[in-house]
Design a protein around this ligand. Sequence first.
Ligand code: ASP
Length: 331
Amino acid sequence: MGSRRNFIRKSLFGALAAGFASRYGYASGLIEKSVIQNQEFIKPTVISTWFHGLEANEAAWKIMQDGGSALDAVEKGVNVSEANPSVNSVGYGGLPDASGNVTLDACIMGSDGNAGSVACLQHILHPVSVARLVMEKTPHLMLSGDGALKFALDNGFRKTNLLTPEAKAAWKEWKKSGSSYAPMANWENHDTIGLVAIDHNGSIAGACTTSGMAFKHQGRVGDSPIIGAGLYVDNKVGAATATGEGEAVMKTLGSFLIVELMRNGMSPQEACEMAITRLLETIYVHKNMQVGYVAVNKAGETGAFSLKPGFQYALFQDNENKLFDAPYLMD
Ligand code: ASP
């Protein structure tokens, strides 16, 4: 009985899917022709956002070279930025919210489509590792605030003071200036790390971690822990990740959009450009807005694009780790 029901369900689903596919041009040939599924070679790749992506890439590449998985590589890669106090938008050293608290958002996604995330988590040095545990140990995708902290502490993480003297001084200075929140386009205020990788088995994973926008409203959550916004991975197609004004990325679900555009045949570069163009087509783009994307497809082709100048990305391929200025849409 059970198997008959399954058979009926599968046939029904198959028929519906076929109807949908032919109606919308998603015939499997179209999707799979464009790189993707019958890939003949594997090109190990690590691509990440910003200058500090270089050291994160280094750690990720080493793990993959030693036979580790893309999932381990992306986690350990971004752990480096989380622990670096000079990176003022990630983990330790991150600029606090308007009340002076460092609150962290992070997510991770693997080649099996599984994902985990944490939002508004305080006092934990490696939020992305908590996100990984949410993925692996709970039936949930996201934990937030006190619940995320309790989960982290229950699982052996220790409380750390994440507010460095420099970040505290910057917050005090900001308070003196009248405390008005004004998101800036320059790189000093946007250096979330998003990192995606293809390992030697061809598996793709990604991670994204941030302390969010400097001096944000208490309780604000950005794009970085939102699957589809700050990060998306589809092991058959590729992956994308975002930095910049999270509200804009969330409104356009940028990383998911990029992966879907690649699924339908665009190169990672074309897809990143389209996702940035989409901002102008669909939302109000204020003059200080910055958004940047990086992407990789199953073949190891990469792309990067931003709304404004200044966005850099780090690419590790063929044993070389290099920093590039991303092309951009407008001055
Ligand atoms: N995307 C991050 C956020 O909106 C900010 C950043 O990239 O620095 O929280």
